[in-house]
Design a protein around this ligand. Structure first.
Ligand code: UN1
Length: 506
């Protein structure tokens, strides 16, 4: 039987990455490519029992790994970064094949992994605590950051490899093993990453068994990770609905959580905006990755003075953007991940029409690429008000456009949604820009000026407020979330002065 070109591409890419065939053959979990909608591999799943045992093993790895000096732990992450550099093209291609992103975005995701590895290597020599002035004579007050324990990572299909690396690179240098439950929609990229990790670990000269573990499976396996007492931190990326299930379970056992949930990201286009720049940013933000980033642009507030011009030019872009097989160099928009995603998009568009929205695009295109492949023309929807459908995150390329006259009103509307991930303003007016970034401006975890809401660099803290979950990953001081802080007071004198001047002489 002749294999389809997608299946062959997957098989060859996995082989170049050095993934052994038994890891993706004859298993119970079908791996599908959104490019053609075909089943491209069958991945063995782990049972609930195996998941639990793997976590126990990871805990044993923790007992050993925490004693390895942090800069030495950094060496492992450096080697992982080297493997990723060498595999950038192939792993990026696998991301394209399994998640449907265009090639440059697939490779960009791997670049993000390399970046966070570099960052973590530097960090491994900078896990610094403070020394604080003590109120007592002959005393030193300081803090020490210690490894925390097994870190659970739950990731989504849309960033099938980068999200793991933001957590894993930091967790590993911080002295923690990682147990990863990837999305059931993207098991192959996860297996490839685990293979690269194993190669780095071998070059390192061996690491404790269970330092990085992959749990392929469904919800039940994810639940083991969330409920297991040996897992003090779970970093979970996905829908707000998933967060609502996971957060109370973690809270009930006093485990920590880093939650990266839904976004409903907005942009304001002010009268002084550089329109050419703004249009490019809006196009990438709203249509890029077929609207399937948690940072995708979903709401646009355009000042009346520039509304007609901005919307007319956007319509041209929406009409002409190249949609198709994401492996093609000229294509900018790949497929939606699956049928459910397509149906959810259609439902939202129907609701938008019902409230008087004017919809451009949103229709299925390129049906010849596969019966179960869902390519859509991105939708631009002019609405008069921010109704329920606009306030909700639809994980698809729908951009709702609204008009505003006064910046305060626009910011008010912008913040008047349950989510709080990313936001931006296009303006050349310094006062407007600063106001947007101030405490009275955007209420999001990310607020940008003259840059779209998506495509954040790893150097900053990534995450958002409200229903986005409040977690922060990647740069800045996010590493502290993966360690436990010990406050130490040392008395190097011969007396025992008590704090707050308390007297207790026996
Ligand atoms: C996500 O969509 O889950 O800022 C994360 C961005 C990327 C990360 C997106 N660096 O768009």
């Amino acid at each position: 039987m002749t294999q389809s070109n997608v299946i062959q591409d997957v098989t060859e890419t996995l082989a170049r990455l050095g993934v052994r065939a038994e890891r993706f053959s004859n298993g119970s979990l079908p791996a599908r490519s959104p490019i053609s909608g075909e089943i491209v591999a069958r991945v063995p799943e782990c049972t609930v029992q195996q998941a639990s045992e793997a976590i126990e093993k990871a805990h044993l790895a923790f007992m050993a790994w925490r004693a390895v000096p942090a800069p030495k732990r950094g060496e492992l992450v450096r080697l992982l970064g080297e493997e990723l550099r060498a595999a950038r093209e192939d792993l990026g291609r696998l991301v394209t094949l399994e998640a449907g992103k265009i090639l440059s975005e697939g490779q960009g995701e791997v670049q993000e992994m390399i970046d966070i590895c570099d960052y973590a290597v530097g960090l491994s020599r900078q896990l610094c605590g403070l020394t604080i002035a003590s109120e007592r004579p002959d005393h030193r007050l300081m803090e020490n950051w210690h490894p925390l324990g097994v870190v659970g990572v739950i990731s989504a299909f849309n960033f099938p490899v980068a999200v793991w690396s933001w957590n894993a690179a930091l967790a590993l240098v911080c002295g923690n093993p990682v147990v990863w439950k990837p999305s059931e929609k993207t098991p192959l990229t996860a297996i490839a990453v685990q293979t690269l990790f194993e190669r780095a670990a071998a070059k390192f000269g061996g690491v404790p068994e269970g330092l990085s573990t992959l749990l392929i499976g469904g919800r039940a396996v994810g639940e083991v990770l969330v409920d297991h007492p040996r897992v003090p931190l779970v970093s979970a990326t996905g829908s707000t609905q998933m967060g609502r299930t996971v957060a109370p379970k973690l809270a009930a056992r006093f485990a920590r959580s880093i939650l990266e949930l839904g976004g409903n990201n907005g942009a304001i286009v002010a009268p002084t905006a550089d329109m050419n720049l703004a249009l490019r940013a809006i196009a990438f933000g709203a249509m890029g990755t077929a609207g399937q980033r948690c940072t995708s642009l979903r709401r646009l507030f355009v000042h009346t003075a520039v509304y007609e011009d901005c919307v007319a030019r956007l319509k041209k872009v929406y009409d002409s953007v190249a949609i198709g097989d994401p492996r093609r160099q000229d294509v900018l928009i790949g497929p939606l991940v699956d049928k459910q995603s397509y149906q959810t998009m259609q439902q939202s568009l129907e609701q938008a029409v019902a409230i008087g929205g004017k919809v451009l695009g949103g229709t299925r295109v390129q049906p010849e690429l596969g019966d179960d492949a869902y390519y859509v023309r991105p939708a631009l929807v002019e609405v008069n008000s921010q109704d329920d459908v606009v306030r909700r995150e639809t994980f698809a390329p729908i951009l709702y456009v609204m008009r505003y006259e006064n910046l305060q009103d626009a910011i008010h509307l912008h913040n008047e949604v349950p989510q709080g991930l990313s936001s931006c303003i296009f303006t050349n007016d310094l006062r407007e820009a600063e106001y947007f970034l101030s405490a009275l401006g955007s209420d999001c975890g990310i607020a940008n000026v003259n840059i779209g809401p998506s495509g954040a660099e790893i150097g900053g803290a990534f995450g958002g407020e409200k229903e986005t979950g409040g977690g922060r990953e990647a740069g800045s001081d996010c590493w502290k979330g993966y360690m436990r802080r010990a406050t130490n007071t040392i008395n190097y004198g011969t007396r025992l002065p008590l704090a707050q001047g308390v007297k207790f002489d026996i």
